[in-house]
Write a protein that binds this ligand. Structure first.
Ligand SMILES: Cc1ncc(COP(=O)(O)O)c(C=O)c1O
Length: 337
């Protein structure tokens, strides 16, 4: 059998399909001239940019090395060995890893049959040693969401001694998802931490810019775990340029959403089960042997993420990449339910 060609359609990491915006690239080039200078010892300027952008006081902002970096700072800040962290399974790979790093007991709760968090089962796993309950909304890898009302029904069940880490890495793609403004959410839920990133909708994953928004004492605990010079000059310049180009970012989000819906409709038409998604990726249910599909996709140079016995996560790519995905799925029959 001929070896599969190297993947040219890179759809395994939920990245933005397009290159960074020209204005971001230009800002990085300009900032490069100052690389002999240290950035801020504490990232106050970047906290200020995010606070203005999000309409919160700077004291409610904690930034870090991507949102994953901020989440790890939070784990270091609040989790002692032997505490527990409740999260869904499958979920973003970093959370089980952070439980290991923090020597927390990971209480992984399988997703419900609708590919969403099983909130009732998660509530049953909460106790006085729970320090963090992680909710990705939209969820990775399934792209599914809960309404704000459903989430707050769950929040009421979380003990005040636990933080609710609401990971909104993909929320910018969820145009129709409605929730109160972040300051109102934080005022009502003092144990809520909203986690955001510039890696997805703003398309600058390699720059590693993420932030948490939370009540001041919680944000301060996260900041207390930051390394000095946590955010460099390129990150600061890139952030400023990215948030100044919101119209362009929004236009690209709309294009990705249109491609997502086209891809989903095609895969559904081929007989596959595909969860409704409000993100830049799709979850295809594939509980059986995924090898035939893998072979077909690899032959077409498509890299996606396989979850053995469960499903396949596909980032929405450029049109030619999505067409290659459709061809690969078209060449493989879905396993009988
Ligand atoms: C749900 C979720 N949270 C956080 C992240 C990490 O993003 P960042 O690049 O900001 O670290 C990802 C990346 O895939 C993700 O899927």
């Amino acid at each position: 059998m001929a070896a599969a060609p190297a993947a040219r359609h890179l759809l395994a990491q939920n990245e933005h399909p397009g290159p960074p915006l020209p204005s971001v690239v230009a800002a990085l080039a300009a900032a490069a001239g100052d690389l002999h200078r240290y950035p801020d010892f504490r990232p106050q300027r970047i906290e200020g940019i995010i606070a203005d952008w999000q309409g919160v006081p700077a004291g409610q902002v904690a930034v870090g090395h991507g949102s994953a970096g901020v989440a790890l700072d939070l784990f270091h800040a609040v989790v002692e060995p032997g505490d527990n962290v409740v999260h869904s399974a499958p979920c973003f790979d970093a959370y089980p890893l952070f439980c290991e790093i923090a020597r927390a007991e990971a209480r992984a709760v399988p997703l419900g049959p609708d590919a969403r968090h099983d909130l009732a089962a998660m509530a049953e796993r909460l106790d006085e040693r729970t320090r963090i309950v992680v909710l990705c909304n939209p969820h990775n890898p399934t792209g599914t969401v809960y309404s704000w009302a459903e989430l707050t029904d769950f929040f009421r069940l979380v003990p005040a001694t636990a933080l609710i880490l609401l990971d909104e890495a993909y929320v910018d793609f969820a145009r129709d998802w409605a929730a109160p403004a972040v300051p109102d959410r934080i005022a009502e839920w003092p144990n809520l931490v909203v986690l955001r990133t510039l890696s997805k909708s703003h398309g600058i994953a390699a720059l590693r810019i993420g932030y948490a928004l939370a009540e001041e004492s919680v944000a301060q605990r996260v900041r207390d775990h930051q390394v000095p010079y946590a955010v460099n000059r390129l990150q600061e310049a890139g952030l400023l340029a990215a948030v100044s180009a919101q119209d362009e970012v929004d236009r690209r989000i709309a294009e990705i959403a249109a491609e997502r819906e086209r891809l989903r409709a095609e895969l559904l038409g081929l007989g596959w089960t595909v969860a409704p998604s409000l993100t830049n990726f799709l979850w295809v249910v594939a509980p059986g042997d995924q090898l035939p599909l893998r072979t077909e996709l690899e032959r077409r140079g498509v890299a996606v993420r396989y979850y053995a016995g469960q499903g396949i996560r596909i980032a929405v790519g450029e049109k030619d990449a999505n067409d290659a995905v459709i061809e690969g799925f078209g060449a493989t029959a879905p396993a009988a339910p």
